[in-house]
Each structure stands twice: as C-alpha cells, then as structure tokens.
Design a protein around this ligand. Sequence first.
Ligand code: AMP
Ligand code: GLY
Length: 425
Amino acid sequence: MKILIVGGGGREHAIAARVAESPRTEKLYCAPGNAGIASVAECVPIGAMEFDALVAFAKEKEIDLVIVGMDDPLVGGLVDRMEEAGIRTFGPRANAAIIEGSKAFSKDLMKKYKIPTAAYENFTDPDAARDYLKTQAKFPIVLKADGLALGKGVLICNTLEEALEGVDTIMTDRKFGEAGKCMVIEEFLTGREVSVLSFVDGKTIKIMSSAQDHKRAYDGDQGPNTGGMGNFSPSPFYTKEVDDFCQKYIYQPTVDAMAAEGRPFKGVIFFGLMLTPDGPRVLEYNARFGDPEAQVVLPRLQNDIVDVMEACIDGKLDEIDLKFADNAAVCVVLASDGYPVSYQKGFPIEGFEAFEGKKDVFCFHAGTKFDEQGRIVTNGGRVLGITALGDTLKDARAAAYAATEWIRFENKYMRHDIGKAIDEA
Ligand code: AMP
Ligand code: GLY
C-alpha cells in the first residue's frame, strides 16, 4: 500500500514508525513530517491545513490510505475532503471530530447521554458568564475556551477575581482566538488523570493501554500547561474496577451517542479521564492519538497498525483482537528552555547515533528540521520524545532517563520527575 500520514510532530513519528514496519506498507509519505520522520518516510513539504494540495498529492501518488494525525485538519474536515475525492482515510469526519473541536458540544453530548463529567454551563456572552460566576460559591472553578487552543485554553481559577479575569482573557481579549467565542465554565474535579486511547469504527470501540500525561512545564506539576512533557503507559491507577466502570458508562455510551446524533465516529477517541473519589469522569475528548501518548502506547501495540486502521474504516473492528505487550513504556520530552512561553529555535542536535539499532529505546522527533547545511536542528518547543520500554515502569523510566543523556543541544530542557507517581502506586 501507498500510505500518507498528515502531521509533523512526535505523535506522527510514532505512528509512522509502526506503519513503516507493516509488511503491507510499500511506500510511506508524510506531510509535512520532520527530520526524524524522514528516516522512515518520504517527507513532502505540504502543510497539514493545505487541503487542496494534500488531496492533489494523494490523487497524483495514488495513495491507498491517508492517516490524519493532528486535530486541526480533522476538525477542519480533511477526512471529508479526502473521502469526497475517493481516497480511503483514517480519522473522523468533521461532524464527528467536533467531539474535540467544541467543548460545548462535547459537554452537551455527555449531559444528554448521561456520560459522567463535571457539572458545567456554556456561555457565548461574557456578561452572562460574569453574572454566573458571581453566584458560584465553590472555587477553584474551571474556564475552558470552546475551540482548539493547543491544549492551553483551560484556566483553573482559584478565586472569583481570577475567574472574572479569565472571562476577559478567553472571551473579551480572545487570547485563544476564535476558540474563545464560546466558553464552558465547569466544576473543578480532583483526582488522578488518566489518558485512554481507543480505536473506533463507528459502532465498535477497542481500548488501547492506558497512559498518564504530565501537562505542566516544571517539576512537581508546577508552571504553565503544555502539550505534554512526558508520560508513561500503562497507568497503575487504571485498575480493573476503573476499566469496568468506563466500559459500561463512558466508552461504548460515547460511541453510541455519536452514532445516535448522526455523527458516527471512526478513528481514535482519546478519553481524558479524572479518577475522582466518586468514580471516573470525562475531562475531555480528543479525536486523535495523544501527543506524547502515542509515543508510549504505540510501541507496545502488538497488532499490525495498518490492519487495525483499515478495520476502523471498514466497520470491522470487532474482528480485530487488539493486543498490547505486557511491558511498560516511559517517554521524557526534551524541550527548548522557555517552552511553552517563549523559546529559541535552530540549535544543532547531536547524539542520535546512540539510538541506532536499539529495539527498546526510541527517539521520536517533535520539533526538528534540517538546516541549509543538512544538520538536524531544533524547530519547536517540544523537540524530541525519548521513549524506553522495560519489563516494569521503573525499568522503563530508568532507561528513558539514561537515554535523555545521549542527546545534546543548546537550551535542552526536561522535567526530571516524569513517572514519579509510579512510586506511589
Ligand atoms: P483539557 O484540555 O480539558 O483536558 O484540560 C487541560 C487540563 O486542565 C486537564 O488535563 C486537567 O489537568 C485540567 N482540567 C480540565 N478540566 C478540569 C476540571 N474540571 N477539574 C480539574 N482540572 C481540570
Ligand atoms: N497529551 C495530550 C494531548 O495530546 O492532548
């Protein structure tokens, strides 16, 4: 098969690595890709939002399968465009990707179908939001921009004053752009967070192994929210009891709800869960693999990923016996110092050769590119994701941190406590 992956981050590198090793893959392209993806795919300089150019490229190269990794093109309707052109595509159509594209939509869906989530109200008028906040007695309270905001459109406000400022930030000043046209105000939940990715074919859902992200920039879960600074899989807190609850009240009910709404979901649903003292609650849905969740979950997948994706497209996921290795993975993100606020790019990166030939350690590229001299240089906030497999989470963590030392670049920054929760399990 000729396959095209759309995206250019660590998640797409993790997907590309598995697709490349499938015996069914004859030729792999990635648009736009990055310097690491270039080692397993031919990168083509087309941006993920350049739909006309992507469709034209897929037609010209007679692509058999397109895999859309990123949220923006999914929410923007790239899958619809590809399908209209007769090209098989893995990922939800726009009318289903809205589960991530609009938090107000997903909250209303959960309310209508009684899927457990935090209590909330939606607002399109900032004054109405301010009036509502003044009636609230419980703080912290959570403000969420409705639309896509790179994982940064959520404000946890400790006081009424902070919350009123938050309304200005999201709705009046539009710090997150159009995403702030509408806003969700919701109850603050406490507990451990777990990420659960799943494959969905419109009616059947199969859960992948769980993961736990580290969203804050600094050690000890301090500092601003980021796209994710590292994670591990499986989560020891995702017990059989939690799984039973989620299977019954969250996973299948979500898939059935989307089908009932005339928005059948095909692709990956990512459930962001909070394990509260009252049971699991959905914090958010994403319509794609997580980044860096893909970097710890996919290396443990035992199936041929191309088979699984095709089964999702064909509505035959029930025929797939989805399996994960009985091991563990830890990913530590190497970022540019200053991320997510402001950082420099363009520094040469050294040390990649240490990863060559290793089966249990991976260097997934997130923000890298080749410079004019052909050197690999930093090109983003999150630069690399260093993933290691191990028999246990502790082994995997030790191996991942050891491998972070193999890489050198100026302004290299990482958290040193990824997987600290493992010790508390
Ligand atoms: P989201 O993009 O909705 O996943 O939110 C980003 C992060 O904000 C989550 O990973 C949580 O850490 C936090 N968060 C979101 N909603 C809530 C909530 N209702 N209560 C507590 N924390 C939340
Ligand atoms: N790591 C969280 C996300 O991909 O949204």
